[in-house]
Ligand binder design. Structure first.
Ligand code: FAD
Length: 606
């Protein structure tokens, strides 16, 4: 059975040599304890836990799935034990505040952990992932009392959390939320309604589950301005903060779904359940979305993880499986045939996976530094700092989430292709990666919604192109510095050209949208993908520049490692980056080619 190997060499290259995390941590209050030795030890331990505990449960969890019996959900065999080890290891509180029992390490450490755990076993990692969402919300918007009651058990992993937004009639358009919250004489609320698709909505991993729920107060304004946020625990805490009376929220059914079968996706029925308001009345959506940028980086990991996992397994297979002879002559004359790795087309697939996995990881690590500053701003009450980094991250998160999860699906599909027919057969796990990955482009905002957020809100509405100008200025400055090295010059030149083009495209869309409002939607997907390819090119150039320097002056890694970085940069610039031009052409085409057909004329059935 295939297993996951933590890509520690690549992670350390990015942390120490490309993005100077030791220097970065030295500037953070929360970075005081994140010394290189400690970071190294944490990564090593985390890698071991992922390889030895989480990875072996990946395939069996899919086979068995979750079960619902008498309103209680059970997770697949081995999950409870793995979760106990996770909680005992203190992993849930890695980046949580020390005052509530966490280790107070920078937010980026949590993301590094999430990347490894998510790659080894995404369905498992969703349970603690959702808890983090609940913890962040309570930390930022809860009263002191609520923090005291809920944060410590959540941080210890004794309790888990969920985020309950979606209802049958709405997922994207939360202005349609109907769940009711009626005020009670004791200051609590009674919640009634149905939420669907709730990840980790019920399970047997923890003694309690803390639901964070969007609902409407009586007489609340219609739409998004009338939604409030509530804490609804599965068991009401007693006066000592221990698990008390069972609350009126039950799992009505488990969703039958394409993948992530070991993750319990629940229909939750709130039947007069007791809830507690969190944050101001009618500002629930704002509260819910405060930490959305970090949550979305979390989901972007689900683009990188499958690319890495699928690549690891496909690479091993391509070295082992033999088929025909290489076109340039026999490579393994003693064998009946050459292995797949010698065929150029198989290498195209493998290198695409590698470029996506390593390029995507580097994009995450680049952004995680910004997340550290943003979180520090929030926790220290420095609103200006928090806002500044939230804005920077706000521009990047739709790109990370939208682009990387789309590419994650591509990489997972290529993994199946490398295995040929065997990729379609369950035992190798390749088809499971495809099924598990597919959800990533849907939840936490579909790709379409990420694209609208990027182009419509972040680029056109709020900054009138300023966000693109600011980001491309950084890229151009970096590229200019590397024009003199002949190994980097062609890539630096290409990147310079693209920064100009990105700005020009933005202006052209802005002008077109003034005459035709549909342009924002019709151009948005191509704009998002174009932005992703250019951002990834920048990040590949950053890796290549370090590789060149280390080849000349020596570094922590082997010559082969740095040469592989240059070869992958070359592959990326010559074979994947050209896709940006097709997106550029497509985004400028008029919306008419999408909108001219009447809805009735889209099909000719019946
Ligand atoms: C396995 C799984 C786990 C989930 N976990 C959770 C969870 O824990 N908590 C939770 O609250 N929800 C959860 N969800 C719900 C998920 O977030 C939603 O399904 C998602 O937000 C999309 O909403 P929808 O399904 O209602 O699609 P819709 O909103 O109906 O969208 C359908 C399509 O229309 C497009 N679209 C919609 N509006 C526009 C527009 N204005 N412009 C252009 N295109 C548009 C979308 O991009 C999409 O392609 C989960 C879903 C699944 C399947």
């Amino acid at each position: 059975m295939p297993v996951y190997k933590a890509p520690l060499r690549d992670m350390k290259f990015l942390l120490n040599e490309v993005f100077d995390y030791p220097g970065h941590y030295a500037t953070l209050t929360s970075g005081e304890n994140a010394t290189p030795d400690i970071v190294d030890a944490i990564l090593g331990e985390c890698g071991k836990f992922c390889e030895e505990v989480l990875s072996p449960l990946y395939l069996s969890g899919d086979e068995e799935g979750c079960k619902l019996d008498n309103g209680e959900v059970t997770t697949p065999a081995g999950y409870r034990d793995a979760y106990q080890q996770y909680a005992m290891g203190g992993w849930q509180g890695l980046s949580a505040p020390e005052e509530y029992g966490g280790q107070g390490l920078p937010a980026s450490m949590g993301l590094l952990k999430q990347e490894m755990m998510g790659t080894a076993n995404w369905p498992f990692s969703m349970y603690p992932g959702l808890s983090l969402g609940a913890m962040n919300t309570i930390f930022l918007h809860g009263t002191e009392d609520q923090k005291q009651t809920y944060l410590a058990p959540l941080t210890e992993g004794r309790w888990a959390g969920t985020m309950c937004l979606t209802e049958p009639q709405c997922g994207t358009d939360l202005g349609q939320v109907k769940t009711k919250a009626e005020p009670q004489a004791d200051g609590s609320y009674r919640l009634t309604g149905t939420k669907i698709f709730i990840s980790s909505g019920d399970h047997d991993l923890t003694e309690n589950i803390v639901h964070i729920v969007l609902a409407r107060l009586p007489d609340a304004p219609k739409g998004t301005r009338g939604i409030s946020l509530f804490i609804v625990p599965k068991f009401l805490p007693d006066s000592n903060g221990d698990v008390g009376e069972r609350n009126g929220v039950v799992c009505g059914s488990l969703e039958k779904k394409m993948g992530i079968k070991a993750s319990a996706t629940c229909v939750l029925n709130f039947d007069g359940a007791t809830g507690f308001l969190i944050g101001p009345e009618n500002e629930g959506l704002n509260c819910m979305f405060t930490f959305m940028n970090t949550a979305r980086i979390g989901t972007a990991i689900q683009g990188v993880g499958p690319a890495e996992l699928s690549y690891q397994w496909a690479l091993a297979y391509a070295k082992d499986r033999r088929s025909m002879r290489a076109l340039s002559g026999k490579k393994e004359p003693d064998q009946v045939a050459d292995s797949l790795i010698h065929h150029a087309d198989v290498r195209r697939m493998l290198l695409t996976q590698k470029a996506i996995a390593e390029g995507g990881r580097a994009m995450l690590y680049y952004s995680a530094r910004l997340a550290d500053h943003m979180v520090e701003g929030f926790t220290e009450g420095d609103d200006k700092k928090a806002e500044k980094y939230d804005d920077k991250l706000g521009f990047l998160t739709p790109i990370l989430k939208g682009f990387l999860t789309e590419l994650g699906c591509e990489a997972a599909n290529l993994g199946v292709q490398v295995f040929g027919g065997h990729g379609y057969i369950r035992e190798h796990g390749m088809e499971q990666i495809v099924r598990d990955t597919r959800i990533a482009t849907l939840y936490e905002g579909t790709t379409g919604i990420q694209a609208l957020d990027l182009l419509g809100r972040k680029v056109l509405l709020t900054t009138q192109g300023g966000a693109v100008r600011e980001f491309t200025l950084n890229i151009a400055n970096f590229a200019r510095k590397h024009l003199t090295d002949k190994r980097l010059r062609p890539w630096a030149l290409e990147l310079l050209k693209l920064t100009g083009q990105w700005n020009l495209l933005t202006v052209r869309i802005m002008l077109a949208a003034r005459k035709d409002r549909d342009v924002v939607s019709s151009a948005s997907y191509d704009f998002l993908m174009y932005s992703g390819y250019v951002t990834m090119a920048y990040i590949w150039l950053r890796q290549a520049a370090v590789a060149v320097d280390k080849l000349d002056n020596g570094g922590e890694e082997s010559t082969g490692f740095y040469q592989a970085k240059l070869a992958t940069t070359e592959f990326y610039f010559e074979r994947l980056l050209p896709r940006a031009q097709s997106h550029a052409t497509s985004m400028l085409s008029p919306s008419k080619n999408l909108m001219q057909l009447d809805a009735e004329d889209l099909a000719f059935t019946g």
